[in-house]
Design a protein around this ligand. Structure first.
Ligand SMILES: [Zn+2]
Length: 161
């Protein structure tokens, strides 16, 4: 039984998931005695439950179990900047949270606008608005680009990349 318990722990540390899942994957029958042995080896195997999963740019780490699923947060590394954040499990599994706030803001700024013939490229909507002399219309240009994907200024079509 010690060998089986050790295999389960090893599995959890490599793959994450619950004890039940690990036992099923390894084809091990989860008896009362085996459960006791597992607790003896490691009393907090629950922390692997949501670990080692990729959700967007997040990679989840072992985290203590919360009182409810709604309250569950999971320590996660943002793979863009290597910072560890505590992220709501619900946001992770629903796909609403895909990376840390800072990186998402940066990504948003990385939008490019270019003319249809690709002769002109701008690194932001603001740069574009300034270049075509419509900085006062920035909000309206931005709205059109975001909703329609393109906008026509002085007969030239510009697209969001
Ligand atoms: Zn980040």
């Amino acid at each position: 039984m010690e060998k089986e318990a050790a295999s389960i722990v090893k599995y959890l540390k490599a793959n994450g998931g619950s004890v039940t899942c690990a036992a099923r994957e390894l084809n091990i029958k989860l008896t009362k005695g085996l459960r006791a042995e597992l607790v003896h080896i490691d009393s907090n195997l629950e922390r692997y439950r949501y670990a080692f999963r990729r959700h967007g740019n997040w990679f989840t780490l072992p985290t203590d179990k919360a009182s409810s699923r709604d309250a569950q947060k999971v320590n996660s590394v943002c793979l863009s900047c290597n910072q560890i954040h505590s992220v709501a499990l619900i946001g992770l599994v629903s796909g609403r949270s895909t990376g840390c706030h800072t990186c998402r803001m940066k990504e948003r700024e990385n939008i490019q606008v270019s003319s249809k013939d690709a002769e002109q490229t701008f690194n932001s909507i603001r740069d574009f608005a300034k270049s075509v002399g419509q900085l006062e219309q920035y909000q309206s240009l931005r709205h059109k680009l975001k909703s329609q994907g393109s906008v026509v200024v002085d007969g030239t079509e510009y697209c969001l990349n």
